[in-house]
Design a binder for this molecule. Structure first.
Ligand code: ARG
Ligand code: ZN
Ligand code: CA
Length: 254
Protein backbone atom coordinates (compact mmCIF):
# COMPACT_ATOMS: atom_id res chain seq x y z
CA UNK A 1 0.00 0.00 0.00
CA UNK A 2 1.04 3.61 -0.52
CA UNK A 3 3.22 5.60 1.79
CA UNK A 4 1.48 7.16 4.78
CA UNK A 5 -0.33 10.37 3.78
CA UNK A 6 0.64 13.07 6.29
CA UNK A 7 -1.82 15.94 6.29
CA UNK A 8 -1.02 19.39 7.74
CA UNK A 9 -3.87 20.71 9.85
CA UNK A 10 -4.83 24.21 10.92
CA UNK A 11 -7.32 24.53 13.78
CA UNK A 12 -9.23 27.83 13.90
CA UNK A 13 -10.57 28.39 17.42
CA UNK A 14 -13.47 30.86 17.11
CA UNK A 15 -14.88 31.79 20.53
CA UNK A 16 -17.46 34.18 21.97
CA UNK A 17 -16.89 33.14 25.60
CA UNK A 18 -13.79 32.33 27.65
CA UNK A 19 -15.06 28.76 27.97
CA UNK A 20 -15.16 28.19 24.21
CA UNK A 21 -11.62 29.47 23.92
CA UNK A 22 -10.28 25.95 24.21
CA UNK A 23 -6.68 25.24 25.19
CA UNK A 24 -3.85 24.17 22.91
CA UNK A 25 -3.83 20.97 24.97
CA UNK A 26 -7.47 20.22 24.04
CA UNK A 27 -6.55 20.73 20.39
CA UNK A 28 -3.61 18.35 20.71
CA UNK A 29 -5.80 15.63 22.23
CA UNK A 30 -7.96 15.81 19.11
CA UNK A 31 -4.99 15.46 16.76
CA UNK A 32 -3.87 12.42 18.79
CA UNK A 33 -7.32 10.81 18.44
CA UNK A 34 -7.35 11.40 14.67
CA UNK A 35 -3.98 9.70 14.36
CA UNK A 36 -5.03 6.72 16.46
CA UNK A 37 -8.37 6.29 14.73
CA UNK A 38 -7.02 6.55 11.18
CA UNK A 39 -4.11 4.18 11.93
CA UNK A 40 -6.32 1.72 13.90
CA UNK A 41 -4.13 2.21 16.96
CA UNK A 42 -7.06 3.46 19.04
CA UNK A 43 -7.08 1.74 22.47
CA UNK A 44 -10.68 0.56 22.00
CA UNK A 45 -10.26 -1.14 18.59
CA UNK A 46 -10.45 -4.44 20.49
CA UNK A 47 -14.16 -3.73 21.08
CA UNK A 48 -14.88 -4.79 17.49
CA UNK A 49 -16.85 -8.07 17.64
CA UNK A 50 -14.88 -11.08 16.35
CA UNK A 51 -17.28 -11.40 13.41
CA UNK A 52 -16.16 -8.01 12.06
CA UNK A 53 -12.49 -8.02 13.06
CA UNK A 54 -11.20 -8.77 9.56
CA UNK A 55 -12.78 -5.57 8.27
CA UNK A 56 -10.74 -3.24 10.53
CA UNK A 57 -8.46 -0.99 8.47
CA UNK A 58 -5.34 1.05 9.04
CA UNK A 59 -6.10 3.86 6.58
CA UNK A 60 -2.46 5.03 6.48
CA UNK A 61 -3.43 8.68 6.98
CA UNK A 62 -1.83 10.85 9.66
CA UNK A 63 -2.44 14.40 10.81
CA UNK A 64 -0.16 17.02 12.31
CA UNK A 65 -0.64 20.65 13.28
CA UNK A 66 0.91 22.82 10.59
CA UNK A 67 4.35 24.20 11.37
CA UNK A 68 4.43 26.73 8.51
CA UNK A 69 1.65 29.25 7.82
CA UNK A 70 0.49 30.34 4.33
CA UNK A 71 3.07 33.17 4.36
CA UNK A 72 5.87 30.71 5.13
CA UNK A 73 6.24 31.77 8.76
CA UNK A 74 6.48 29.37 11.73
CA UNK A 75 3.11 28.61 13.33
CA UNK A 76 1.58 26.49 16.08
CA UNK A 77 -1.09 25.40 13.58
CA UNK A 78 -3.74 27.01 15.80
CA UNK A 79 -5.41 30.36 15.06
CA UNK A 80 -7.59 32.15 17.59
CA UNK A 81 -10.35 34.68 17.12
CA UNK A 82 -12.77 36.19 19.63
CA UNK A 83 -16.15 36.87 18.06
CA UNK A 84 -19.46 38.46 19.03
CA UNK A 85 -21.33 35.66 17.23
CA UNK A 86 -22.67 33.53 20.08
CA UNK A 87 -23.31 30.39 18.04
CA UNK A 88 -22.96 29.15 14.48
CA UNK A 89 -25.06 26.95 12.17
CA UNK A 90 -24.30 25.10 8.95
CA UNK A 91 -24.24 28.25 6.79
CA UNK A 92 -20.41 28.49 6.87
CA UNK A 93 -20.36 31.89 8.62
CA UNK A 94 -17.64 30.48 10.90
CA UNK A 95 -15.37 30.16 7.85
CA UNK A 96 -15.09 33.90 7.07
CA UNK A 97 -13.56 36.81 8.98
CA UNK A 98 -16.37 39.07 7.72
CA UNK A 99 -19.13 37.01 9.32
CA UNK A 100 -17.48 36.60 12.72
CA UNK A 101 -15.42 33.54 11.88
CA UNK A 102 -11.94 32.93 10.51
CA UNK A 103 -10.87 32.65 6.89
CA UNK A 104 -9.65 29.28 5.63
CA UNK A 105 -6.00 28.69 4.95
CA UNK A 106 -5.41 27.41 1.37
CA UNK A 107 -7.38 24.17 1.18
CA UNK A 108 -4.96 22.57 -1.27
CA UNK A 109 -2.25 22.73 1.44
CA UNK A 110 -4.08 22.40 4.76
CA UNK A 111 -6.99 20.58 6.33
CA UNK A 112 -8.97 23.43 7.92
CA UNK A 113 -10.75 22.57 11.17
CA UNK A 114 -12.95 25.24 12.75
CA UNK A 115 -13.86 24.84 16.42
CA UNK A 116 -16.70 27.03 17.68
CA UNK A 117 -20.06 26.86 19.44
CA UNK A 118 -22.53 25.14 17.09
CA UNK A 119 -26.24 25.57 17.82
CA UNK A 120 -29.16 23.14 18.02
CA UNK A 121 -27.08 20.26 19.35
CA UNK A 122 -25.07 19.95 16.16
CA UNK A 123 -21.76 18.25 16.84
CA UNK A 124 -20.09 18.97 13.53
CA UNK A 125 -20.35 19.14 9.76
CA UNK A 126 -18.03 18.64 6.82
CA UNK A 127 -17.56 19.63 3.21
CA UNK A 128 -17.10 16.77 0.74
CA UNK A 129 -14.31 16.90 -1.85
CA UNK A 130 -15.12 19.00 -4.92
CA UNK A 131 -16.49 22.08 -3.18
CA UNK A 132 -15.21 25.64 -2.88
CA UNK A 133 -11.74 26.07 -1.38
CA UNK A 134 -12.88 28.93 0.86
CA UNK A 135 -15.27 26.63 2.73
CA UNK A 136 -13.33 23.36 2.54
CA UNK A 137 -12.75 21.52 5.80
CA UNK A 138 -14.71 20.49 8.87
CA UNK A 139 -16.45 22.36 11.70
CA UNK A 140 -16.72 20.88 15.21
CA UNK A 141 -18.47 22.23 18.31
CA UNK A 142 -15.98 22.75 21.13
CA UNK A 143 -17.84 20.45 23.55
CA UNK A 144 -17.34 17.61 21.06
CA UNK A 145 -13.70 18.36 20.30
CA UNK A 146 -10.77 16.47 21.80
CA UNK A 147 -10.87 14.51 25.03
CA UNK A 148 -10.15 17.11 27.71
CA UNK A 149 -11.12 20.69 28.68
CA UNK A 150 -14.66 21.48 27.51
CA UNK A 151 -15.31 18.09 25.84
CA UNK A 152 -18.49 16.55 27.29
CA UNK A 153 -19.71 12.94 27.39
CA UNK A 154 -20.96 11.11 25.43
CA UNK A 155 -19.05 12.99 22.71
CA UNK A 156 -15.77 13.48 24.54
CA UNK A 157 -13.55 10.93 22.80
CA UNK A 158 -12.82 12.99 19.69
CA UNK A 159 -14.91 10.88 17.34
CA UNK A 160 -16.90 13.76 15.87
CA UNK A 161 -13.74 14.95 14.11
CA UNK A 162 -12.92 11.39 13.00
CA UNK A 163 -16.42 11.12 11.49
CA UNK A 164 -16.31 14.55 9.83
CA UNK A 165 -12.83 13.98 8.38
CA UNK A 166 -14.24 10.73 6.99
CA UNK A 167 -16.79 12.83 5.08
CA UNK A 168 -14.05 15.27 4.02
CA UNK A 169 -12.31 12.23 2.47
CA UNK A 170 -15.54 11.31 0.65
CA UNK A 171 -17.15 8.75 2.99
CA UNK A 172 -20.92 8.65 3.25
CA UNK A 173 -22.92 7.58 6.29
CA UNK A 174 -22.91 3.84 6.69
CA UNK A 175 -26.71 3.54 6.41
CA UNK A 176 -26.71 5.13 2.94
CA UNK A 177 -28.56 8.33 3.88
CA UNK A 178 -32.00 7.04 2.82
CA UNK A 179 -33.75 7.50 6.15
CA UNK A 180 -34.58 4.06 7.53
CA UNK A 181 -34.93 2.36 4.11
CA UNK A 182 -32.72 -0.39 2.75
CA UNK A 183 -32.07 1.07 -0.70
CA UNK A 184 -29.47 3.75 0.04
CA UNK A 185 -25.81 2.74 -0.18
CA UNK A 186 -22.61 4.16 1.22
CA UNK A 187 -20.88 3.03 -2.02
CA UNK A 188 -18.59 0.79 0.03
CA UNK A 189 -18.67 -2.97 -0.57
CA UNK A 190 -17.60 -4.39 2.78
CA UNK A 191 -20.03 -2.49 5.00
CA UNK A 192 -23.30 -4.39 5.60
CA UNK A 193 -26.46 -2.84 4.22
CA UNK A 194 -28.01 -0.96 7.15
CA UNK A 195 -31.44 0.64 7.54
CA UNK A 196 -30.95 3.88 9.47
CA UNK A 197 -28.50 5.48 11.88
CA UNK A 198 -27.72 3.80 15.21
CA UNK A 199 -27.41 5.94 18.31
CA UNK A 200 -26.19 5.49 21.88
CA UNK A 201 -24.27 2.30 22.60
CA UNK A 202 -25.88 -0.62 20.70
CA UNK A 203 -25.42 -4.28 21.59
CA UNK A 204 -24.04 -6.78 19.06
CA UNK A 205 -25.70 -8.10 16.96
CA UNK A 206 -28.03 -5.30 15.85
CA UNK A 207 -29.82 -6.49 12.70
CA UNK A 208 -31.63 -4.55 9.94
CA UNK A 209 -32.16 -4.89 6.18
CA UNK A 210 -31.84 -8.71 6.34
CA UNK A 211 -28.15 -8.26 7.20
CA UNK A 212 -28.02 -11.18 9.66
CA UNK A 213 -26.42 -12.93 11.41
CA UNK A 214 -23.93 -10.21 12.26
CA UNK A 215 -26.12 -7.22 11.51
CA UNK A 216 -25.17 -3.55 11.35
CA UNK A 217 -21.56 -2.41 11.60
CA UNK A 218 -22.69 0.05 14.28
CA UNK A 219 -19.15 0.36 15.64
CA UNK A 220 -18.04 2.15 12.49
CA UNK A 221 -17.05 5.82 12.68
CA UNK A 222 -19.58 6.68 9.96
CA UNK A 223 -22.60 5.66 12.06
CA UNK A 224 -24.22 7.98 14.66
CA UNK A 225 -23.48 6.16 17.90
CA UNK A 226 -21.84 7.64 21.02
CA UNK A 227 -18.10 8.24 20.84
CA UNK A 228 -17.44 5.22 23.07
CA UNK A 229 -19.18 2.88 20.60
CA UNK A 230 -17.48 3.93 17.33
CA UNK A 231 -14.06 2.37 16.94
CA UNK A 232 -13.22 1.50 13.30
CA UNK A 233 -13.09 2.19 9.56
CA UNK A 234 -13.27 -0.73 7.12
CA UNK A 235 -10.90 -1.72 4.34
CA UNK A 236 -13.50 -0.61 1.80
CA UNK A 237 -13.79 2.78 3.46
CA UNK A 238 -9.99 3.09 3.54
CA UNK A 239 -9.90 2.36 -0.20
CA UNK A 240 -12.54 5.00 -0.90
CA UNK A 241 -10.58 7.57 1.13
CA UNK A 242 -7.36 6.55 -0.64
CA UNK A 243 -8.95 7.26 -4.03
CA UNK A 244 -9.82 10.74 -2.80
CA UNK A 245 -6.32 11.27 -1.39
CA UNK A 246 -4.72 10.13 -4.65
CA UNK A 247 -6.85 12.45 -6.76
CA UNK A 248 -8.72 15.45 -5.42
CA UNK A 249 -6.72 15.83 -2.20
CA UNK A 250 -3.32 14.73 -3.48
CA UNK A 251 -1.69 18.15 -3.13
CA UNK A 252 -2.17 18.04 0.64
CA UNK A 253 0.42 15.37 1.21
CA UNK A 254 2.18 14.08 -1.94
N1 ARG B 1 -22.61 15.34 11.87
C1 ARG B 1 -22.98 14.52 12.99
C2 ARG B 1 -23.88 15.35 13.91
O1 ARG B 1 -23.52 16.46 14.25
C3 ARG B 1 -21.76 14.05 13.75
C4 ARG B 1 -21.97 12.81 14.51
C5 ARG B 1 -20.71 12.40 15.24
N2 ARG B 1 -20.96 11.33 16.19
C6 ARG B 1 -20.24 11.16 17.29
N3 ARG B 1 -20.46 10.12 18.09
N4 ARG B 1 -19.33 11.98 17.66
O2 ARG B 1 -24.93 14.90 14.27
ZN1 ZN C 1 -22.01 12.64 9.18
CA1 CA D 1 -22.55 -0.67 2.06
Amino acid sequence: SREVARIPVVVHVVSSSPEAEISDEQVRTQIDVLNQDFRATNPDVGDVPAAFRDLVADTRVEFSLATTDPAGQPTTGITRRMTTVRSFGTDDAVKFDDSGGANAWPAERYLNIWVCTLRDGLLGYAQFPGGAAATDGVVITHTGFGTTGTARAPFNLGRTATHEVGHWLNLFHIWGDDGTGCHGSDEVDDTPNQAGPNTGVPTFPKRSCANGPNGDLFMDYMDYTDDAAMVMFTTGQATRMAVCLDTFRRGLWA
